[in-house]
Ligand binder design. Structure first.
Ligand code: SF4
Ligand code: SF4
Length: 494
């Protein structure tokens, strides 16, 4: 814990990741940034992400003009006279201030110029705004085009909530290469800086030779097009051999494994056709992957039935120091009040476990479904904007949950344009267009939740997620957890 007696203002926050909305990648940063009066702002990070635009518009804004404290800052006390501060429309997520920094912030209740480095740092984090500004706009321009490559419809598991219609259908080499070409073509056409391929299914290891071949093709094509390449294999974790794990590590393809609980809790949701559970196999795969130098991203699908098992699931993941996220199940029906209560209770209990062993690793963006606190954003995901879901026959849909509603195919000149122009069905509208979200303090970090789920539940795209109540109940505790983590892991004062 930091020395509370210091007179110098201290500001803690975490470097931001503009592109982190897709939570199956483990590109979060491990170390908080601390800025102290008299030092340069530093961004100490082990982040493997490509450099995106700076999270703050300028590290040290001009001192010219008058600046003020925004009226709608979210503020909450932290131990030892620290304060958690959060500007709902600002460029930074959670910021922790010590008492002198809080005092300085409050002095801007009356507008005045930025006369000190600390005040300029507060301004760069969006905690001070120009006195003449009426409204802060949020820019939300994706730089990565993501393609879900559904390499097979086959799977060896029969998970309770699976939305894939299993069959023997698999992608062939010609279609797979055309999928890579189509993605690169659209990425270049629309000015993206990077592409990300998700090798998915079904269980993608059941078409392993194609995954390897598409990786090689993607590496060659993206290099030629001047695009960054990111890849992840989305696996159920039951069929990964040692050779496969070594190949993923050496090829730089990330691994995401699904784990919904420990023992019976996992087995109840993720089992074989004959009812046998898959937990033992998945746990062993995770151990083997870690031993071989991988850091698998753990995706936990949370249902009202599995929520009570979250504390031990999270404890297991923390013990292995793995990146993870908690996704709320996207079912067909409404979410009942009883379901919401069980989710809130389960996630709160998981937060308590995390609070007892706050990790150095940033967790904030993975703990509450689609929420992402790395950068203010207006859309919860890339569906209809920066996302292509490509089926085994080369048909392209907007989301993996509606693969049967293809928009175009991989032989189209510009598949992304067709995806963006689709007018029927759900629409991924900006959060300001969602009636119940536009005044919500969490809007630029939640962005209204999964638009497809909202549409399926209500028949409307311009409304909040059915999980809204759950989000609202948990956001304050989530932010507090992050504030405590920043306090714990800030470097000691010299
Ligand atoms: S879904 Fe709820 S919590 Fe999220 S932005 Fe909308 S109103 Fe706010
Ligand atoms: S529409 Fe929903 S399920 Fe589809 S990509 Fe977006 S958040 Fe995910």
């Amino acid at each position: 814990m930091r020395d509370m007696q210091r007179d110098l203002p201290q500001i803690l926050w975490d470097p931001l990741l503009e592109e982190g909305v897709e939570q199956d990648c483990a590109c979060s940063t491990d170390r908080p940034v601390i800025w102290e009066a008299g030092t340069e702002a530093s961004r100490e990070t082990d982040c493997a992400c490509p450099e995106t635009s700076a999270p703050v518009s300028s590290p040290f804004p001009s001192a010219a003009g008058l600046w003020r404290r925004p009226s709608d800052l979210y503020r909450a006390p932290l131990p030892d006279a620290h304060e958690l501060t959060f500007n709902p429309a600002g460029p930074a997520g959670v910021v922790v201030l010590n008492e002198p920094a809080t005092y300085l912030l409050d002095s801007f209740a009356t507008p005045h110029p930025l006369t000190s480095p600390t005040s300029r740092q507060l301004a760069s984090l969006g905690l001070l705004t120009p006195a003449c500004a009426t409204e802060s706009g949020v820019r939300d321009t994706p730089h990565t085009l993501t393609a879900w490559l559904h390499v097979t419809n086959r799977c060896n598991l029969h998970c309770a909530y699976c939305y894939v219609r299993q069959s023997d259908e698999g992608m062939d080499e010609r279609t797979g290469r055309a999928a890579v070409e189509a993605t690169v073509r659209s990425a270049v056409r629309h000015g993206f800086r990077a592409v990300k391929f998700k090798y998915a299914g079904g269980e993608p290891t059941l078409n392993w030779a194609l995954v390897q071949s598409l990786h090689r093709h993607a590496a060659e094509r993206t290099a030629r097009a001047g695009l960054e390449l990111h890849e992840v294999l989305l696996s159920n974790g039951t069929l990964l051999t040692t050779e496969m794990l070594d190949w993923l590590r050496d090829a730089g393809v990330r691994l995401m494994v699904s784990l919904d609980g420990i023992g019976a809790a996992h087995d109840a949701q993720r089992h074989f056709a004959d009812g046998r559970g898959s937990f033992a196999l998945v746990a062993r795969t995770i151990e083997r992957a870690v031993a071989r130098g991988l850091s698998p991203y753990v995706s936990v699908t949370v249902t009202p039935d599995s929520a009570a098992a979250l504390p031990e699931t999270v404890a297991f993941i923390l013990e292995h120091d793995l990146p993870f996220n908690l996704n709320f199940v996207r079912g067909e029906g409404d979410v009942t009040p009883a379901d919401k209560a069980r989710l809130i209770e389960g996630v709160q209990a998981a937060f308590a476990v995390i609070g007892q062993a706050l990790p150095r690793r940033r967790l904030l963006d993975g703990l509450l479904d689609r929420s992402f606190f790395g950068a203010a954003h207006t859309h919860p995901c890339g569906a209809g904007r920066s996302y292509l879901v490509i089926g085994p026959q080369g048909r392209i849909a907007r989301c993996q949950m509606e693969m049967e509603r293809a928009v175009t195919d991989v032989w189209a000149d510009d598949p992304l344009l067709a995806v963006r122009q689709r007018q029927d069905g759900f629409q991924n509208v900006p959060v300001e267009s969602k009636e119940s979200c536009r005044d919500c303090p969490w809007r630029y970090w939640c962005a209204g939740g999964c638009p497809l789920l909202a549409y399926r539940t209500t028949g409307r795209s311009d409304t909040a997620s059915p999980y809204c109540e759950v989000y609202r109940a948990l956001y304050p505790a989530l932010l507090r957890l992050e504030g405590l983590r920043l306090l714990k892991w800030s470097p000691p004062v010299a």
